[in-house]
Design a protein around this ligand. Sequence first.
Ligand code: FAD
Length: 373
Amino acid sequence: MDSERDTERLADACATVGGLVGDRAESWDLAGLLPEQVLRQLAGRGLLCPQVSATDGGLGFDSLLTGEYTAHVGALCGSLRSVLTSQAMAAWTVQRFADARQRRTYLAQLTHGRLAALGFSETTAGSDLSAIGTRILRDGDTLVVTGEKVWMTAACYADLFLVLGRFEEGAAVVVVPVSAPGVQVERIANPLGCRAAGHANVRFDAVHLPSDNLLGGTAQSLSMLVTTALAAGRLSVAWGCVGILRACLAAATAHARTRRQFGKVLAEHQLIGSHLAELFAAEQVSTRTCEHASRCWDAHSADMVAAIVVAKYVSARNAVRGAARAVQVLASAGARDGHLVARAYRDAKLMEIIEGSNEICQLMLAEHALSVT
Ligand code: FAD
């Protein structure tokens, strides 16, 4: 984000999403549902994948601009930020693996109102995606997809599923319209957090598709497909955690300034000051690690993969601890289902599980440390 023009574009995007969310995130969380028209309006303006280039129909935000926008959405509504992350991962997977015609077709759809969800995880393949059992087979001029994906974010809202499966000697991602015969979507009831993000398990029972729906048309390496898609998801989640921290910091400071106990406002009690200081430091550290990762992304730096894992690991841990501090400062004032800090507390915990759990991030960082030092 370098120019005045970028600052204006970011402000416009944030104002648009802010206007559409308003003060409704709490009611969406309680209902477990995002309004279809809000999602369609955002998707129709390219605001669910702003990083897609202008030539491909997007807004052409760089990673830093996309990150600040993601943090803004994350501060407003964790469920909407989850849908944004899902769409960003889908767009990035298309950008990286589709051929020119597929790229034009699918990116135009994703920047003009259609929604996508990613199906990688399976019941027996969570952290270890090399264990996936979903199969994509050629049958003459068509493809046949069989398998079951679990915990697909945004699947309840999506028009398209990007499904990872075994294909020939390697793997591939295939685009499956939700309307294809043999697709069954089963909503996950009452998730711990991001309750309105439309998580679902999806079965694919011998789903027949045109062979054109296979991204890139050939088999790819499974680990390359997974690593590429997850890099975009990790960075998006990391910036979403920055948003959680900013929202928690704002709520905690506002409360500490006004709530009086023992004859003075909470902010004047030093133990409350300690919570605010830790929250502030967590937000600052997370922002800096995310900015560094985004700069690495924009520069195509060799350090990018490690920088993204650091950003995701640090920001998710900070968001969990920061949200807990915010709940502590607000106490009974925030201890109500749907309240901003209560949502942050629940939503943040999930960020330590998805797109590479804390433990998987630690394993990757240990391996990196051993290779570079
Ligand atoms: P497991 O892999 O069974 O791990 C259980 C625990 O063991 C974890 O703490 C893990 O860190 C730890 N562990 C595993 N292996 C090791 C190891 N080698 N060393 C040390 N510890 C280890 N999937 C999708 O495909 N698309 C989505 O859109 C999507 N959205 C999601 C949204 C939410 C809210 C959630 C909860 C999940 C989502 N997932 C999605 C699935 C998610 O990617 C997996 O939950 C995640 O990869 C972890 O897999 P698992 O839950 O099966 O845990």
